[in-house]
Design a protein around this ligand. Structure first.
Ligand code: NAD
Length: 351
């Protein structure tokens, strides 16, 4: 296949691109506008492949996207480009509506214009795969319920509301225009190349620097954690074998309280990096409870039975194995995150 991956310089997108180049014979065009979250240094292991191509383009620019479709002639699109950080969506919601809603509409229109001109055979095999989040479902109160593919949408934050809007557009383009779409809704991801503003890398790096480890509220919020490389494998399974028009939930069956996640990281660091910066006795002593995020969802948990049953995907990592790999990766890859913290990673796009 020839696949356009949008947002391929981001955390999950770069895992998808690495997976496709390293583990398949497919060709990728990575389309990314390189916002603060885009980092080409996450792709150094694949940039030399003649099956990897990159275009710095904004998905909201429909004419530019249409030209890329014409030029590359893709068999599929994996649409990941988005604004993705909930805290930023509370501070500045408009960018989220622009990229996540308007940008997705722009992608759908560019894809539709291209798809309508394909032969009937090519039209039937084309796929537009929209990558979304379990946060569109809102939150769960008890500990027994799970989000399924038919759970009604009830987003809480500007981020999740904008993703919900984009999901509706994708399904409407299928129903109204017949565009062959697939939608996936995934739980929280973690793993290598994760931008340090997100909980897990933030905690690892703050601990290494002897800084406070902020935990929202009492840390009782529950998230279902999935190792990013398991997500990348799931996405490739869906785009290559999923049934048109269907939605697949993706999750790791790894529900953890936020406080438990932070404590686990502290304990792993005690084992893997016992020597600490001056003044720190135990990493756990750095845990600091801070005022809760407005509208903070209590619990997310995914029922990932459908993708397992119908497409045979199961995660390979448990939380215990994945978080150990992740902490070790940050210890082994200081150059990557130091260039993110200093801002130097942004210079890569100029080079
Ligand atoms: P990220 O913020 O790490 O990466 C987003 C990428 O999109 C960046 O490379 C950025 O430069 C690019 N981008 C942003 N606006 C763009 C635009 N207008 N045009 C072109 N490129 C643009 O995000 P992520 O964590 O990798 O998430 C990827 C997708 O997966 C998102 O759609 C997100 O909603 C979804 N998702 C994320 C999680 C998670 O835990 N991170 C979970 C479920 C679903």
């Amino acid at each position: 296949m020839k696949i356009i991956v949008t947002g391929g310089a981001g955390f999950i997108g770069s895992a998808v691109v690495r997976h496709i180049i390293n583990d398949t014979s497919d060709e990728v065009l990575n389309v990314d506008s390189l916002t603060y979250a885009g980092n080409l240094e996450s792709l150094t292991s694949v940039e030399g492949s003649d099956r990897y191509h990159f275009s710095q383009t904004d998905i909201c620019d429909t004419a530019a996207m249409a030209a890329l479709f014409e030029e590359f002639q893709p068999d599929a699109v994996m649409h990941l480009a988005a604004e993705s950080h909930v805290d930023r969506s509370i501070e500045g919601p408009m960018a989220f509506v622009q990229t996540n809603v308007v940008g997705t509409c722009s992608m759908l229109e560019a894809a539709r214009g291209y798809w309508q001109k394909l032969t009937a055979e090519k039209q039937a095999s084309f796929r537009f795969h929209h990558i979304s989040t379990d946060e569109v479902y809102g939150d769960l109160e008890g500990t027994d319920d799970f989000f399924s593919e038919t759970t009604p949408y009830a987003p809480s934050s500007p981020y999740s509301a904008s993703k919900a809007g984009s999901d509706h557009l994708v399904r409407a383009w299928h129903r109204t225009f017949g565009l062959p779409v697939l939608v996936t809704n995934c739980s929280n991801n973690y793993g290598p190349f994760h931008f340090p503003e997100k909980l897990i890398p933030h905690v690892i790096l703050n601990a290494l620097h002897g800084k406070p480890l902020p935990v929202y509220g009492d840390g009782s919020q529950i998230r279902d954690w999935l190792y990013v490389e398991d997500h990348a494998r799931a996405l490739y399974t869906v785009v290559s074998t999923g049934k048109v028009g269907e939605t697949y939930n993706i999750g790791g069956h790894n529900e953890k309280r936020n406080l438990e996640v932070v404590e686990t990281i502290c304990d792993l660091l005690e084992e893997l990096r016992p020597e600490k910066v001056d003044g720190v006795q135990r990493y756990r002593d750095l845990i600091t409870f801070v005022k809760d995020r407005p509208g903070h969802d209590a619990r997310y948990a995914i029922d990932a039975d459908k993708i397992q049953r119908e497409l045979g995907w199961v995660p390979q990592e448990s939380f215990e194995s994945g978080i150990r790999k992740t902490v070790q990766w940050y210890l082994d890859n200081t150059a990557w995150w130091q260039r993110v913290l200093s801002g130097d990673y942004r210079l890569t796009r100029l080079g």
